[in-house]
Design a protein around this ligand. Sequence first.
Ligand SMILES: *Cc1c(COP(=O)(O)O)cnc(C)c1O
Length: 407
Amino acid sequence: MASFVSHLECAYTGKKYQAGTVLSVSESGKPLLVKYDLRRISEQFSRDDISNSNEDGFWRYSPLLPVEHQKNRVSLGEVVTPLISLERSAKMIGAKPGMALIKDESRLPTGSFKARGLGLAVSMAKELGIEQLAIPTNGNAGSALAAYASRAGISTTVLCPDDTPEINVRETLIQGAKTHLVNGLIGDCGKIISDGESSLGWFAVSTLKEPYRIEGKKTMGLELAEQLNWMLPDVIFYPTGGGTGIIGMWKAFAELIQLGWIDCKLPKMVAVQSTGCAPIVKAWEEGKEFADYWEDAETISSGIRVPSALGDFLILNAIRESGGFAISVTDEETLEIQNEIGRRDGLLLCPEGAATVAAYRNALESGMVDSNQLAVMFNTATGLKYPLPPVESHIEKENVDFSVFLD
Ligand SMILES: *Cc1c(COP(=O)(O)O)cnc(C)c1O
């Protein structure tokens, strides 16, 4: 099956680029977006064809994806991730059961939603004949790239700041990437990679510096629409780093409207950041088009520790167009919620996911969101990748004190 891509377009200037060639950013250094012949898609497919598809996970949306030949799809058994209602923890948050849903992305290959973007990026790299990939990463992107690239037989170099969580570095190595620690920040890793692009022939798959990761992230929006029977929630809380997810979902909704597959009100898009790294929140509050670099970024939510995002203007656009907002939460609030949701509802959220629930609670409290509105929070990775609190109770088998079991 051929793809329905018509061309690519600079997200800032609108300048058009030809599909089927190796592209990174536009001439003005801004992200490129993939454009489709949506009229032709709507003539050949209906949303029921999608609902009746038996393809794995996000590949069921392939008419809306850029991969031309099925043989180039790189797959590790993707799944449609479940929507799980908060039940026993709802009251503590101020939510109504059934109105607060977690989209649990931890079920994807490599345990994070980075599988969506990198699955697509690697498939397109295979299709375009790219032989060497490289990425700077704070964690989950590295392991997802490693896994998909190894699966495709493409060589990969991953550079991580030396304070990247140990588990992310090790999972990247064991899934086949040449993995290096750098005594610097993500920006320093990115600089080494740009230099290697010209000297070593690497192709960089850094966030929004190639056009296809966003197409993978777009499938979160498509999947949500299909799961809700071609309706959308009232509000979406999304942990925002580079912002590919917010930008991708907003793109998905626009495409679904043009296809005539949805005609409901669009959700308010809420960008959730940490108070230790909140460039988008600051720019939104100040009404700016672009965000300033965030100095000394620090948060336990490593996936959203992104001081500067190439797609900042696109994130801010999606928030404004949707009537949403940007909000930050503290690491203390995040840990408190992670703990509560684990203990009461049996879901081990990652800190980034817990941050979205903390933001939802705060927004309910301040009246920015109503508990009768259907809210979706994204749990973007498994909590198992992060440090967990130790068990402190020890029992001596020779001398059991049964009173310890009573509290
Ligand atoms: C990368 C990442 C994010 C941020 O995703 P963007 O779409 O780039 O904003 C959030 N959570 C986790 C766990 C991540 O790995």
